[in-house]
Design a protein around this ligand. Structure first.
Ligand SMILES: N[C@@H](CCC(=O)N[C@@H](CS)C(=O)NCC(=O)O)C(=O)O
Length: 206
């Protein structure tokens, strides 16, 4: 395997799905966490002036979190066992990313704390719930035994875990509403490598 360096802020954000894939595979990578005050001086090095980007063999740079995650999943055998499973995993990830992208574009940037809390509450009952139901529907069609696709771990499980953990840590009551997501979440944490990674990763606000 070539060498990999993930360049991202010291946050989970759009970079954590990529770290989770490396961790699940037990694959080596350099986790280059950039502090906000370092970023202005480094921005010009990023292919699109944004993070994350992945540096392969110290020479090639790939931007876009989902393109990087899909590449790492393929490199590590976590993309799905065949072309069909890969499409199923992609469909699940795209479905999860719809509410997540809505959150980043519309809720995250609200400055006023009360307004933000109200907007987040509304988000959970509309975009959030719709996204979760759609993901549960796809997992019902493609997955089994706590796996989103087929009967083994794929990056779709890690995407479900990443989003569900942000939600379930603040709103544990959602496990009753979304039992299929909660089962994938539990299954991911039953994986020793992932449980260790999650236990030892840096604490960040999001
Ligand atoms: N579509 C891109 C979005 C990347 C993005 O919005 N990155 C933000 C951080 S999450 C960023 O680099 N912000 C700093 C900047 O634009 O200078 C992806 O998924 O990677």
């Amino acid at each position: 395997m070539p060498s990999h360096k993930l360049n991202y802020f010291n946050l989970r954000g759009r970079g954590e799905i990529i770290r989770l894939i490396f961790a699940a595979a037990g694959a080596e990578f350099t986790d280059n966490r950039i502090e906000f005050d370092q970023w202005p001086a480094l921005k010009a090095d990023a292919p699109l002036g944004q993070l994350p980007y992945l540096t392969i063999d110290d020479s090639t740079h790939i931007p876009q979190s989902m393109a990087i995650a899909r590449y790492v999943a393929r490199e590590t055998g976590l993309a799905g066992k065949n072309n069909l499973q890969q499409a199923q995993a992609d469909a699940i990830v795209d479905t999860i990313m719809e509410p997540v992208n809505y959150y980043w574009s519309n809720i995250f940037k609200i400055q006023d704390a009360n307004e933000k809390a109200e907007a987040f509450k509304a988000f959970l009952v509309d975009q959030g719930a719709k996204g979760a139901k759609n993901v549960e529907k796809l997992i019902g069609l493609y997955g089994s035994n706590g796996y989103s696709v087929g009967d083994s771990l794929t990056w779709a499980d890690l995407a479900v875990y990443d989003v569900a953990s942000a939600l379930l840590s603040k709103h544990p009551e959602f496990s009753d509403k979304f039992p299929v997501l909660a089962a994938v979440y539990k299954n991911v944490l039953a994986n020793e490598k992932l449980a260790n990674y999650v236990k030892n990763r840096p604490e960040t606000p999001f």
